[in-house]
Design a protein around this ligand. Structure first.
Ligand SMILES: [Zn+2]
Length: 110
């Protein structure tokens, strides 16, 4: 099945639009290789139990870290107008393709 790749990229600021963390904003730390999931700073914390491994200097216990969220559950915040927005794309005169905000037509990629 063809799936549209998310237009969200690393270091974008996004807002969560559904689920437990709805309304939270954060920076995209990582886009997973399948491009349908992203890891957002401060969003979707999960507790993970880890076993101590003295050889690797890992302490046992419970650590909390961000888990991936579905890219369709987040929306990009436009750096130009500051609003959550849908993304279009535009080809520049020099042939580069950039992402643009559908609301203010500002260029998202610098
Ligand atoms: Zn905008």
């Amino acid at each position: 099945m063809y799936r549209l790749a998310s237009p969200v990229r690393k270091n974008d600021t996004v807002v969560v639009i559904t689920g437990r963390d709805r309304g939270k904003r954060g920076r995209v730390l990582r886009v997973l290789p399948d491009k349908t999931r992203v890891i957002v700073e401060g969003v979707n914390f999960i507790k993970r139990h880890t076993k101590a491994n003295p050889q690797k200097n890992i302490k046992g216990g419970i650590i909390e870290r961000e888990a991936a969220v579905n890219a369709s559950n987040v929306q990009l915040i436009c750096p130009e107008c500051g609003a959550p927005t849908r993304i279009g794309s535009k080809r520049l005169d020099d042939g580069h393709r950039v992402r643009v905000c559908r609301k203010c037509n500002g260029v998202v990629d610098k």
